[in-house]
Design a protein around this ligand. Structure first.
Ligand SMILES: [Zn+2]
Ligand SMILES: [Zn+2]
Length: 66
């Protein structure tokens, strides 16, 4: 930990913009997501296991490789 903030910062989900309780937090680059809000930006498939990021947007493997 790099010193300081004793309070947890409220983290908001990039998908639904609501606060995330940290147990369900997923980090993608600098953005945070609820586990269930993280879905492919192209096909809307949920990305629970694997996630590929391009241009700060999450994609499934198939769409990322396009
Ligand atoms: Zn969310
Ligand atoms: Zn996809």
């Amino acid at each position: 930990m790099d010193g300081g903030d004793p309070l947890r910062r409220a983290v908001c989900c990039e998908g639904c913009t609501r606060v995330i309780s940290d147990r369900f937090l997923l980090r993608v680059d600098d953005a945070s997501w609820h586990e269930r809000c993280l879905q492919c930006a192209a096909c809307r498939r949920p990305l629970t296991d694997t996630c590929y990021v391009r241009g700060a947007r999450p994609y499934c493997r198939a769409d990322y490789q396009r």
